[in-house]
Design a protein around this ligand. Structure first.
Ligand code: SF4
Length: 371
């Protein structure tokens, strides 16, 4: 029986120090590299009903794994209060993630609360969600009615044997596709489908996935190919298993004419390519071979209120202790400004270089802060 790997859960957490003088929320908060705070990704659960090997390998996240007790999760009221304070600093987009966010009970209630928030210009926030699609067919209409705008669905293969090997719980493709259809019917489009590409595992699915999405949905669905990343410390990442986006693009161009398209917003993670025949577009998310840290405007809130400044971070900032410690809004907003203002994370740009973070901290697991 080999060594049992325990995924450390107590990522180093710092209780934020309140700056001596309050920092007012101006809506124009920027980090140490001049990057604004625009997107907040909120993990609402650390649990998932899949065991994707690149995120939650089954041999580690098994029945003995110490998932977080309900009491340590941020409540919907706490999440909404924090989201409101982040909006005061300039956040315009909220993405609900997990684990699998649709496992969180009564999630529609949270969506409704967040849909009531406004950005600094008085506009509703762009409220989105990333899901593995397993529960989407059942929940799409209620999420839309509660105020959700769009969803992104993770789907790594069309071939059931490949997909079930990757999700490692035998979950069928057909049910995820039914979720995509239900989301489009409910008006949660245009929809994005994310496919993590692992060389030798599902790369043969690149062209079949593209063909299926463009033939069935055209411009209503954008398929995005994600380079396999060294997130966390449990997925056994090797560079050999990465299929660079340039190779993905070459395979697609062997089938279809594709034209480069301009980014829709600053900080967009995907490089856009449009089908010349008008059947929509694809995206390439190349964190390993073409890092995009220079415009990274994303903050991540863990399920229990830890603020992470980078997907590959190992240090969280414990906002929950402020929430539950009786801190005033202005103090919490000030702490957020203080933390973000000192942010200089750019892990992907530094990956493998001597300048790469050597803080010895174990990188946070993706299921804890969302992708
Ligand atoms: S590696 Fe970190 S800083 Fe770079 S794009 Fe990803 S989350 Fe942003």
């Amino acid at each position: 029986m080999g060594e049992r790997v325990i995924a450390l859960t107590d990522w180093r957490r710092a209780t934020p120090t309140l700056p001596a003088t309050r920092i007012a929320a101006t809506g124009l908060l920027a980090d140490a590299l001049g990057r604004p705070l625009h997107d907040l990704r909120i993990s609402v659960t650390d649990r998932c009903n899949f065991r994707c090997s690149y995120c939650m390998p089954k041999e580690i996240f098994d029945t003995r794994y110490p998932f977080l007790p309900q009491s340590s999760l941020l409540s919907f009221e706490e999440i909404t209060r924090l989201a409101r304070l982040f909006a005061g600093h300039g956040v315009r987009k909220l993405r609900l993630t997990g684990g699998e966010p649709l496992l969180r009970k009564h999630l529609e209630g949270l969506v409704e609360m967040l849909a009531g928030l406004r950005d600094i210009d008085g506009q509703p926030l762009d409220l989105t969600l990333t899901t593995n699609g397993s529960l989407l067919a059942r929940k799409a209409a209620a999420l839309k009615a509660a105020g959700l705008r769009r969803v992104t669905v993770s789907l790594d293969a069309l071939d059931d044997s490949v997909f079930q090997a990757m999700n490692d719980v035998g979950f069928p493709v057909a049910d995820v596709l039914a979720g995509i259809d239900a989301a489009l019917d409910a008006g949660l489009g245009p929809l994005k489908v994310n496919m993590v590409v692992k060389r030798g595992v599902n790369d043969a699915e690149i062209v079949p996935m593209a063909r299926y999405m463009r033939d069935r949905y055209g411009a209503a669905v954008t398929l995005r190919f994600i380079e396999y990343m060294d997130v966390g410390a449990t997925n056994g990442w090797r560079m050999d298993d990465v299929l660079p986006s340039a190779d993905v693009l070459a395979r697609l161009r062997a089938e279809w004419a594709l034209e480069a398209a301009e980014p829709t917003t600053t900080g967009e993670t995907a490089e856009r390519w449009r089908y010349a025949d008008g059947r929509g577009e694809i995206g390439l998310i190349s964190s390993v071979t073409q890092a995009f840290c220079r415009d990274c405007n994303r903050a991540r809130l863990s399920t229990e209120g830890q603020l992470f400044l980078c997907l590959f971070g190992s240090q969280g900032h414990d906002l929950r202790s402020l929430l539950r410690g009786g801190a005033e809004d202005a103090d919490i907003a000030s702490a957020i400004a203080h933390i973000w203002g000192r942010r200089d994370d750019r892990y992907s740009e530094l990956r493998g270089s001597n300048a790469a973070p050597r803080d010895g901290g174990q990188r946070v697991e993706m299921h804890y802060i969302g992708g």
